[in-house]
Design a binder for this molecule. Structure first.
Ligand SMILES: [Zn+2]
Length: 94
């Protein structure tokens, strides 16, 4: 009557999702404050009063697009008008 305790390793507990730091997303207002509410794409001021989906409301833009290997970090994000962000995003497919 032996115990087979050594196979009780619960492999699912070892799954660590390295490289996917989804929780490192910077709070958008913090990035806007850092950039002084200036759009990083057109260089004009963003009105903090405007809310999404207003075209000129503040949005978080990725300097290097995620599709191009950019990261969702403070260093790679900037404040941008929503409309500028959309235009820029639409242009990545040329
Ligand atoms: Zn802009």
């Amino acid at each position: 009557m032996g115990r087979a305790g050594e196979i009780d390793r619960n492999p699912q507990a070892e799954i660590v999702d390295e490289g996917h730091e989804v929780h490192s997303a910077p709070p958008a207002p913090e990035v806007f404050e850092r950039d002084g509410w200036v759009c990083g794409i057109c260089g004009q001021l963003i009105d903090p009063v405007l809310k999404w989906p207003e075209p000129r409301s503040a949005s978080l833009d990725h300097v290097l697009p995620l599709a191009a290997g950019g990261e969702h970090t403070r260093a790679n994000t900037q404040a941008a008008h929503l409309i500028c962000n959309i235009r820029k995003g639409a242009r990545t497919s040329y």
